[in-house]
Design a protein around this ligand. Structure first.
Ligand code: ATP
Ligand code: MG
Length: 777
């Protein structure tokens, strides 16, 4: 299926022209060609080619000519397998034959006439199959939008005014809302033809008050009434013996093809996709994503340049949209905060998965993080979901799929907040809150408005008491655990991986540092960018000014430590950080030297103690003021505050972060093999069967994988040289070891690939080493 001509040599190795990816060596080429992406695209290309070779292009038709008319006409030349009529104008069609010989017969015919019209029949144009790169998150266009907005922001006199302007510039305009309404109306009209009594309901950002110009159109096709209609029609057909229901409407052919009471969601969605493709003008790029948690049909509306999703059975989505509308109605500071945080996250490329799936936070999760922060301000800006439930009256009670989704329908039922902080200080508070938040040990609960200790949650889950309502299933726990406000068995951020969480926290740390500088609140008299004008600068620009720091984070996670070590750390009392750092540094050494076969040399450069001062940024250590309150090293001014304290993560006692004397000077390392390339395949070969062990979970196996790569693959032409400097940071409850990685020689330009591998591999492997006791210091 794949063709050798797809792979071309480049100055840095190889490149697959079909998939648009660079590949460093032959073994990665081999792996790539066998991989899913390449196989899928090759498959699509062959199908397209075969379609082209079996079809003709027919023009000169009129909208009254149906695909059945065309099928009947062209069947004189051979069996017709498909006819696609241009649904927008109905003036051309593609007729596909089962046998390619039929094309010659059709082309040989001198004149084609159908219903008095003269048809023109031509061979299909042969188009080169090309992967069009996605543009949605194009940093260039983000840069352009920001470039236009920045001068306006910088002219305003306060951060509050800047945040309000952002809302004004980004929010959906009245005309856009009307246009979206017309699309919904059109879809409703079409769907009701095929699915009598069905209803299209809008949810998501188009209606939750947080929608911006380009946001997608999330729709829920409610077929409950259609099911009833179908059941009734069936009964009356059986009684009357013909296809007319008791209300006189004829049961449409599509409905007679499918039994909604037994059909799977994927089957119904295929049908929905066919209707969209064939009957809704301007809708194209229709495809079903059946692997998503909630299967969807995706589509694009050409004229409005609008992407959209249609789901089935999504009452919870409609309800949580209502919930966000309510919160917006009762707290006017919520919208500017959510808009700013969403825009900031997009600029920093830490949220928004272009294809819908991916490891980054999505906008819904980000919004819930803002709500949770506001629940934790002192005094709270927003009530908890449990408190809202208690404020609702009996008629407002709502249970969906077993989950209690009760809240008041009107903001008036809720007491206004006592918190008077301005937007500027709340935004800064958001960044501080999540910089200090102990993600590894917590489950975020908007229901209770607090962080639940993960250990308690797990032990409750074991006893089946984690969620007293709804179906008995547990949320998929991960690095970031954010429970849906209603569906308590769902981790809204279950897709977020360690690396994305790390980028989110890093971005929060940087923003937190900036918010403590004079450039955050004070308009520059020299016309320099300040406030949001600077905070929201896209990642690219900021990176150019400050080259990326390569840091691997190893969090202190009690739950992941072996019992013996936990006991040792417990008895060390306040000295636990130092002891833990030593253990982790020993484990890192084992990983670098024994598992990855790096040649190590301890450098004579400053040890970790001195490094805390040289490498420190705002994120690193916390010192205390004379009154014992936390203050960051190197900060120019304290956090701006209104009349209230900013939120502190619940249960968090900020402590003096002592410099850990880890006794580990930096390591100078040399890596002679591309040990990060093709590991999964080698692991599979070594395990001899499906590889069910996650990467980094077995010390011996990973060492064998490296050994096998080192034995079979040639050495790198230019060995990679790099330095790793350990540094312990954080307070008692968010202690972590940072490994600052400094690349040295990298003539082949592959260091970034190696670093991205290390970033994920080392923390996992360190846990395994600690568990095995192999790295005991
Ligand atoms: P935008 O489309 O502007 O990115 P959105 O809020 O519409 O923002 P979508 O990802 O389109 O976000 O999701 C639409 C709706 O689906 C959300 O408003 C929410 O109701 C629901 N939803 C999205 N992601 C999740 C999730 N991870 N868990 C539960 N519900 C979700
Ligand atoms: Mg949406």
């Amino acid at each position: 299926m794949s063709s050798d001509s797809d792979i071309q040599t480049t100055t840095r190795g190889f490149c697959c022209k079909l998939c648009n990816v660079n590949l460093p060596n032959l073994s990665s080429v081999e792996q790539h060609v066998k991989g899913r992406k390449h196989q899928t695209l090759s498959g699509v290309r062959s199908t397209r080619k075969s379609h082209e070779e079996h079809s003709v292009f027919v023009s000169g038709i009129k909208p009254q000519i149906s695909s059945t008319d065309l099928t009947e006409y062209f069947e004189q030349f051979g069996a017709v397998s498909d006819v696609i009529v241009d649904k927008d104008k109905g003036v051309y069609a593609i007729v596909q034959f089962s046998e390619s010989e039929s094309i010659q017969a059709a082309l040989a015919c001198v004149e084609h006439r159908l219903q008095g019209l003269k048809l023109r029949v031509k061979p299909r144009e042969k188009k080169e199959f090309k992967l069009i790169p996605k543009k949605k998150n194009d940093p260039q266009s983000l840069q352009q939008i920001f470039d236009r907005l920045k001068p306006e922001l910088c002219q305003l006199s306060s951060v509050d005014a800047q945040m309000k302007l952002l809302v004004e510039r980004l929010q959906l305009g009245e005309n856009e809302k009307k246009a979206r309404g017309l699309v919904v109306q059109l879809l409703q009209e079409v769907f009701v033809e095929f699915f009598p009594d069905s209803q299209i309901l809008l949810f998501g950002s188009s209606v939750n008050t947080f929608g911006i110009h380009s946001c997608d159109l999330d729709l829920f096709l409610d077929l409950e009434n259609t099911k009833t209609f179908q059941a009734r029609a069936k009964t009356s057909t059986e009684q009357a013996g013909e296809g007319v229901s008791d209300d006189g409407r004829s049961e449409d052919s599509i409905l007679s093809d499918i039994d909604l009471s037994t059909a799977s969601a994927a089957e119904v969605l295929e049908l929905v996709a066919t209707i969209l493709k064939r009957c809704v003008p301007s809708v194209h790029k229709v495809h079903v994503v059946s692997t998503a948690r909630l299967p969807v049909v995706k589509y694009h509306h050409r004229e409005l340049n609008l992407h959209g999703d249609i789901t089935l059975n999504n009452r919870l989505g409609v309800r949580n949209t209502r919930f966000l509308q309510l919160l917006s109605g009762l707290e006017e500071r919520l919208r500017p905060l959510v808009f700013t945080v969403r825009y900031w996250a997009k600029q920093k490329q830490i949220a928004g998965n272009p294809s819908g799936a991916g490891p980054l936070l999505n906008n819904y999760a980000l919004t819930l993080l803002v709500v949770f922060f506001l629940q934790n301000c002192r005094p709270p800006v927003l009530p908890t979901v449990d408190q809202l439930r208690d404020m609702a009256c009996e008629e407002e009670e709502c249970v969906i799929d077993g989950w209690n989704c009760t809240f008041p329908s009107q903001p008036i039922a809720v007491q206004p907040s006592q918190n008077t902080q301005d937007l500027c200080s709340l935004l800064a508070g958001f960044f501080t809150f999540y910089t200090q938040f102990d993600f590894p040990s917590s489950i975020i609960s908007l229901r209770q408005g607090c962080a639940l200790p993960i250990t308690d949650f797990l032990s409750q889950a074991k006893d089946g008491k984690a969620s007293p309502e709804g179906p008995a299933s547990e949320p998929k726990l991960g690095p970031l655990n954010l429970l849906d406000p209603f569906e308590l068995s769902h981790n809204v951020a279950g897709n977020v991986n360690e690396r994305s969480l790390c980028s989110f926290q890093k971005a929060c740390q940087e923003a937190d540092k900036f918010c403590r500088s004079p450039r955050y609140q004070n308009k520059s008299s020299k016309g320099k960018s300040w406030g949001l004008g600077r905070l929201l600068a896209p990642l690219g620009a900021a990176q150019q000014a400050h080259p990326e720091r390569l840091v691997i984070t190893i969090p202190f996670r009690t739950a992941a430590l072996p019992e013996g070590l936990r006991g040792e750390l417990h008895s060390a009392g306040d000295g636990f950080r130092l002891l833990w750092s030593r253990k982790v540094c020993s484990a890192v050494e084992v990983v670098l030297k024994n598992v990855l076969r790096c040649e190590l040399e301890a450098s004579t450069a400053p040890g970790p103690e001195e490094m805390e001062t040289t490498l420190n940024d705002s994120t690193q250590s916390v010192e205390s003021n004379s009154d014992g309150s936390p203050q960051r090293t190197g900060t120019k001014r304290p956090l701006p505050s209104g009349s209230d304290d900013s939120a502190t993560p619940p249960g968090k006692k900020l402590r003096l972060a002592r410099t850990a004397k880890a006794d580990f000077p930096p390591w100078v390392c040399v890596q002679k093999h591309a040990v990060w390339v093709g590991r999964r395949k080698v692991r599979r070969e070594l395990v001899k069967g499906p590889d069910i062990r996650p990467e980094g979970s077995c010390l011996e196996l990973e060492s064998q994988v490296t050994a096998s790569i080192a034995d079979k693959e040639p050495e790198l032409k230019d060995p990679l040289e790099f330095k790793v400097c350990p540094q312990t940071v954080g307070g008692t409850e968010n202690t972590r070891l940072l490994l600052n990685v400094e690349p040295g020689s990298d003539k082949a330009g592959v260091f970034h690939d190696f670093f991205h591998f290390l970033e994920v591999f080392v923390p996992k492997m360190v846990e395994t080493v600690l568990e095995s006791g192999a790295g005991s210091a």
